[in-house]
Design a protein around this ligand. Structure first.
Ligand SMILES: *[C@@H]1O[C@H](CO)[C@@H](O)[C@H](O)[C@H]1NC(C)=O
Ligand SMILES: *[C@@H]1O[C@H](CO)[C@@H](O)[C@H](O)[C@H]1NC(C)=O
Length: 394
């Protein structure tokens, strides 16, 4: 047993060691801008090459990834990871905020799901403030017919940006954020009809919203949305048909309005201020609990007594035979005898008055010796006691 345990722990140690000593790919230097979407593709090819070099063959092995902030179990709050299947590309994406400015080191571990080999890659993301300053006008579109990892490739979300461009009529639109509808309370769709989870794409600009955009929030269109109808706005019809935007879920944010009213939480040092000790008020009047006590205690006591009395009455005064307590033993035996006698008589009487035919199974139908057959229906009234058990010899 001990040997087995030892082998197992050795085995575990080997696995752990190989984990710690796992090879790493060269460090990547990446750049993210505050207020702009950051997307990094975890190219399967690079990791695939590493695995095939070690095996000498070239199978298309499934690879999964795990990403975390260096020395932390998870990713920083602004960064997300998505991979649809082990045969597809993984993505790190997100939108950094002002608090994230600086360098963050992300560690990506790639697992070969056939051989369970792993390889690490470290990437340093330098997060810099936006050179253009803040983009105060932001519009959040809900696109129903795409999954988040499908819009992450640059050409796709640029296509979307162009579609918005044609409507917003602005130069310098920026995609601020892309997030899966699942991260915002959406549901996983049924696996039929090629349904998609949906994705939110937030686009920002320095210039105000066009009339076309604000039209979605007009009272009539809000009313139509409440009735679950799409609003009617002419300029939306020219929107690229590759993206089915839910115009009712368009959110228009004006950061200038928000910033003036934004409340900044102030954090203390976590230590209570020292002050005088708690001084209980002494002008509180005394409360009288006597009547409550009477109500609760006496009521239950009276109820209990009442139940006792009823039980005592039933037990002592209503018991049969107790009024003959002075009877002798022989008398009691006599009473006993009489009762049995009476009951027998009663049973006999009941039996004689019964005129239900006897069950067929109790009737003699076939005599083995004579071969005589008796119709059970005819002789149903005949009592088996009158049939002689031994037939006379011929
Ligand atoms: C981006 O979207 C995610 C998911 O909805 C959200 O948690 C995050 O705060 C957003 N970031 C910015 C900068 O808007
Ligand atoms: C779209 O917006 C409506 C309210 O305007 C909300 O009830 C609904 O949940 C939203 N749908 C999605 C998928 O976000």
């Amino acid at each position: 047993m001990a040997g087995q345990g030892l082998t197992r722990s050795c085995f575990l140690a080997v696995i752990l060691f190989s984990g710690i000593l796992a090879d790493s790919l060269p460090v990547l230097q990446l750049r993210a801008v505050v207020g702009e979407i950051f997307i990094h593709e975890l190219e399967r090819d690079g990791f695939q090459e590493y695995f095939t070099d070690r095996q000498g063959q070239a199978p298309d092995s499934p690879i999964t990834f795990h990403a975390n902030l260096l020395d932390h179990p998870d990713l920083p709050q602004w960064l997300r990871y998505v991979q649809r299947s082990p045969f597809q590309m993984g993505y790190l994406y997100g939108s950094a905020t002002d608090e994230d400015v600086g360098a963050q080191t992300i560690e990506v571990t790639a697992y070969n799901r056939y051989t369970y080999e792993i390889v690490r890659q470290t990437m340093v993301i330098s997060i810099v403030p936006s050179p253009d300053g803040e983009m105060p006008y932001q519009a959040d579109f809900f696109v129903k017919n795409w999954n988040v990892e499908e819009v992450l490739p640059t050409d796709v979300h640029e296509l979307f940006q162009q579609a918005v461009d044609s409507m917003w009529e602005q130069e310098g639109l920026v995609v601020v954020n892309i997030s899966s509808a699942l991260d915002r309370g959406g549901r996983v769709p049924l696996p039929i009809e090629n349904r998609k989870e949906g994705v939110y794409i937030k686009v920002a600009s320095k210039d105000p919203f066009t009339e076309c955009l604000t039209e979605a929030k007009s009272p009539e269109n809000r009313y139509r949305c409440k009735l679950e109808q799409q609003p009617v706005i002419t300029c939306y019809d020219s929107f690229s048909s590759r993206f089915r935007v839910d115009w009712c879920n368009l959110t228009l944010i004006d950061l200038r309005d928000l910033n003036t009213t934004k409340l900044v939480p102030v954090y203390g040092d976590g230590i209570l201020e020292s002050g005088p000790e708690f001084d209980p008020p002494d002008d509180a009047s005394d409360r009288e609990f006597f009547y409550d006590f009477l109500l609760i205690f006496l009521l239950l006591l009276i109820l209990g007594l009442l139940l006792c009395l009823i039980l005592a009455y039933i037990m002592c005064c209503r018991r049969e035979g107790v009024h003959r307590r002075d009877m002798k033993t022989s008398d009691i035996q006599m009473v006993h005898h009489h009762t049995i006698h009476d009951n027998t008589e009663e049973l006999r009487e009941m039996a004689s008055t019964r005129d239900v035919p006897r069950p067929l199974s109790t009737l003699p139908m076939f005599n083995i010796r004579t071969g005589e057959q008796i119709n059970p229906m005819q002789s149903s009234r005949a009592d088996s006691a009158h049939v002689p058990l031994i037939q006379a010899q011929h």
